[in-house]
Design a protein around this ligand. Structure first.
Ligand SMILES: Cc1cc2nc3c(=O)[nH]c(=O)nc-3n(C[C@H](O)[C@H](O)[C@H](O)COP(=O)(O)OP(=O)(O)OC[C@H]3O[C@@H](n4cnc5c(N)ncnc54)[C@H](O)[C@@H]3O)c2cc1C
Length: 287
């Protein structure tokens, strides 16, 4: 196996153009597991860990750009104000995994259980891809095309993800078979967008890829408006309305039975995660 060690982005892009079959490796927390279990035997690896352009995040013109090479540990240390991002990063693996694993790797693997992915979806994130031919971007739902499938071309690398800054509370929560070091059985990111007076809800692990619960989002935004809570954060929603929101969230799920859990349990998990997340967001607004 050849291992390429580019030190600059142009060098990496040139290598990927010349060797499109070469597999990028960032933290290696998915790649090395697959190699160890003999699920993949790539003829070449391109190590991306030396490329500074991929390891940056920045605020730009009302947006945030998060480089593909930023690790979960850095998200927790450098972006604690982005609550949903922080909470998702904190749930990934163990400290050792979080020190290595990157958001670009989560996008590259494109597992429905990738914890960064519902957060990207709830933020309406776009994925930026780069090659020697130039740059292009796709909305998250155009990039994630199926179970462990994405729209990346063989000569491209993921540069990062970008989203418009959202003003309002939000959270990420997940359910698994234990409290830590667990791949989620169901995951949910909820954001209240105060400017657009909208609620955004994305689900992981309960469909072939990440889904948004559009019907539940519209229901919650209308109920918040009906309660006058967009203007008055002290106003709140009844337990019954929160429960109905949870039921509508689960309507977006298309879960299956697998080794981690049953479809029935996953549907129930979505009800609970949805209801709790909306209640937390409203409580945050009340201060
Ligand atoms: C013990 C353990 C626990 C885990 N727990 C969790 C968890 O709780 N939640 C979770 O979501 N995941 C978990 N994972 C999976 C893994 O850590 C994540 O998917 C992580 O985000 C992968 O990042 P990485 O940098 O290690 O990716 P890598 O393994 O380096 O790469 C993964 C894939 O992305 C591609 N890739 C990486 N960077 C780029 C790029 N810039 N451009 C193009 N392609 C790229 C690679 O070619 C490969 O296909 C766990 C893994 C382990 C081993």
């Amino acid at each position: 196996m050849d291992v390429y060690l580019p030190r600059t982005l142009p060098e990496a892009l040139e290598l990927k153009a010349r060797h499109p079959e070469a597999m990028p490796i960032a933290g290696g927390t998915d790649v090395m597991v697959d190699i160890n279990f003999d699920r993949h035997r790539p003829t070449a690896l391109i190590d991306l860990t030396r490329i500074p352009e991929l390891a940056v995040w920045r605020r730009e013109d009302g947006h945030i750009f998060l480089g593909a090479g930023v690790t979960y540990t850095r998200i927790m240390q450098e972006l604690p104000g982005l609550r949903a991002w922080f909470q998702a990063a904190r749930t990934v693996g163990s400290p050792q995994i979080r020190n290595r694993a990157t958001v670009g790797g989560n996008l590259g693997t494109a597992s429905p259980a990738g914890d960064a992915l519902p957060v990207i979806a709830a933020h309406d994130g776009e994925v930026i891809m780069i090659s020697a031919r130039g740059e292009r971007s796709l909305a998250w739902h155009e990039f994630l095309v199926g179970v462990k499938r994405n729209a990346l071309h063989p000569d491209e690398l993921i540069a990062g993800v970008r989203w418009r800054t959202v003003r309002g509370p939000g959270s990420f929560s997940k359910i698994g078979t234990r409290n830590a070091m667990v791949i989620s059985m169901a995951g949910l990111c909820l954001l209240l967008d105060e400017e657009a007076r909208a609620v955004r809800v994305a689900l992981g692990s309960v469909a072939p890829t990440i889904v948004r619960a559009a019907e539940a989002e519209a229901f919650a935004a209308a109920e918040i408006a009906r309660a006058g809570a967009w203007d008055d954060p002290k106003a709140t929603l009844s337990e019954g309305t929160l429960a109905e929101f949870g039921e509508r969230v689960t309507g977006a799920a298309k879960p299956i039975d697998d080794i981690r859990g049953t479809a029935r349990y996953r549907r129930h998990a979505c009800v609970v995660l949805g209801r709790r997340a909306l209640a937390w967001a409203l409580a945050d607004r009340r201060g």
